[in-house]
Design a protein around this ligand. Structure first.
Ligand SMILES: CC(C)(COP(=O)(O)OP(=O)(O)OC[C@H]1O[C@@H](n2cnc3c(N)ncnc32)[C@H](O)[C@@H]1OP(=O)(O)O)[C@@H](O)C(=O)NCCC(=O)NCCS
Length: 445
């Protein structure tokens, strides 16, 4: 397969128009205030995961502790309202979301559709990727498969050969955009291929040209019929891929990806590295733990528990020194609006589902129990508290695949960060590390 060279003209032109304004703002800030400190770092923070230390600027998204994630300044409710919707759907076209992330303005319906069309043109996966996946043991973790396949497609990179040919620095972002479009176009098909290979009959289901990027994933894992359940699952895919797209720059996947790309390793390297971070149980794997917790709780009762029983179960769990998965957050201090959006989906489409109902009861009881501990900074539900219950309802019962679903979505944010870091000429990242001896000396001075 030859390298695709066409870039969505609307996004490319609009980004090109935006770049000079950003350069001007940043140049002025750095010129006028370049030496002004914006934060101090404590010894505790240095040993404690650099928590709350600003280490970079990201204009793509920001996690507001009180209102949750803001993508290009807009909260979840505003985005759900303002982004163009998919056909016959209550949820946004992911192509429109990508346009907003990349261009920093809302697309018209036509522009959102253009991104979707462009993705379809670029969605073909090179044959060697299938060969690679087929050659792996079936027991390989789906995140390993996903990351390996993305890395293998570095062979398709537009950036790398152009870089070797001496492309100007001011054009790096253009090649990154090219690679970002080519890569994100393929991710639903790639993930579906892995799902079918591991858990179904291994047959590849081609995209349905009538469906959008989000719903096509559902179609390609065999949920593309006209049945009510399949149409609902397609809706959930649109919602889920929208909700998880970005969560500012400091989380493990975003930061890993950004730092890798800062070495001018291209988008394939950067996204694959981001996926490796996402695969960790402290990051993207948490949603599978939440579902497991709910299922274990259900199993420990002979019939559906009452709210009082749920409360008691949570108290006993906490007394044994464990955390309740899906609750608490490093930054947020309210219920995660991404949780709320999924809760609303569940209330509409699966109110009778026993595990979903259990998740609702946990949300009604656990925050109060956690708050009573007195140490939990945010006792509220985070995004992971409910995702698994909904996936499970629609038959996605393979827990280890949930992080791949997260990865499909998160790649939208990772690639946008990569394009804009190049557009703004960001240098290679090289924070400083100290030794314990140096710290001890500084303190005794
Ligand atoms: C998300 C999380 C890692 C944030 O950690 P954090 O920023 O250190 O949270 P806090 O500052 O509120 O933690 C203070 C204390 O409350 C505890 N705490 C926080 N959330 C808790 C929870 N859900 N259950 C029990 N205890 C919790 C912490 O373990 C810590 O206890 P310690 O002082 O004895 O070590 C944490 O809330 C957690 O482990 N949640 C459960 C796992 C989860 O849902 N992960 C997905 C995150 S999106």
């Amino acid at each position: 397969m030859g390298k695709t060279t066409k870039v969505n003209t609307v996004m490319k032109q609009r980004i090109a128009q935006e770049i000079p304004g950003w350069h001007k703002r940043i140049t002025k800030l750095v010129r006028d205030y370049g030496l002004r400190p914006v934060a101090e770092v404590t010894v505790e923070q240095l040993y404690g995961g650099i928590r709350n230390v600003p280490i970079q600027v990201s204009d793509i998204s920001y996690v507001d502790p009180q209102t949750g994630i803001r993508l290009r300044g807009y909260n979840i409710a505003e985005l759900l309202n303002l982004l163009p919707k998919a056909k016959n759907s209550n949820y946004p076209l992911i192509g429109g979301l990508y346009y907003l992330l990349m261009v920093d303005e809302f697309p018209s319906e036509e522009e959102a559709q253009q991104v979707e069309e462009e993705w379809k043109e670029r969605s073909e996966i090179p044959g060697y990727v299938f060969d690679l996946l087929n050659a792996l043991p079936r027991s390989t973790h789906p995140m390993t498969m996903f990351s390996l396949a993305i890395l293998a497609m570095h062979n398709e990179s537009v950036f790398t050969p152009r870089y070797i040919d001496g492309m100007k620095k001011s054009e790096y972002w253009d090649a990154y955009l090219e690679d970002s479009m080519n890569l994100t176009a393929k991710l639903p098909s790639l993930a579906a291929y892995i799902y079918n290979l591991k858990y179904r009959d291994g047959k590849f289901i081609p995209q349905n040209p009538e469906l959008d990027w989000g719903a096509n994933f559902a179609h390609m894992i065999g949920k593309g019929s006209d049945s009510q359940a399949d149409r609902e699952y397609q809706e959930f895919c649109r919602l889920f891929f929208f909700l998880l797209a970005d969560h500012e720059g400091g989380n493990v996947s975003a930061h890993t990806s950004t730092i890798v790309a800062s070495a001018l390793s291209d988008v394939y390297y950067a996204v694959s590295a981001g996926m490796d971070g996402l695969a960790g149980p402290l990051h993207g794997l948490a949603n599978e733990e939440c579902l497991r917790w709910l299922l274990n709780m259900r199993e420990s009762f002979t019939s559906s528990p009452t709210e009082d029983q749920v409360r008691q179960y949570a108290e006993e769990w906490l007394n044994s020194g464990k955390v309740v998965p899906g609750y608490g957050h490093a930054v947020l201090r309210v219920t995660d609006p991404r949780f709320t959006a999924q809760l609303k989906f569940g209330e509409k489409y699966l109110p009778e589902d026993e595990i979903f109902h259990l998740a609702e009861m946990v949300n009604n009881t656990v925050p109060e129990v956690l708050a009573r501990l007195g140490k939990v900074k945010s006792p509220w539900a985070n995004v992971d508290a409910i995702t698994g219950a909904i996936q499970y309802h629609y038959g996605i019962t393979q827990f280890d695949f949930y992080t791949v679903l997260f990865g499909i979505s998160r790649s939208l944010g990772l690639t946008t960060h990569a394009v804009w870091c190049r557009a703004l000429g960001r240098p290679i990242e090289r924070p400083k590390s100290l030794t314990t001896r140096i710290l001890e000396q500084k303190i005794s001075e």
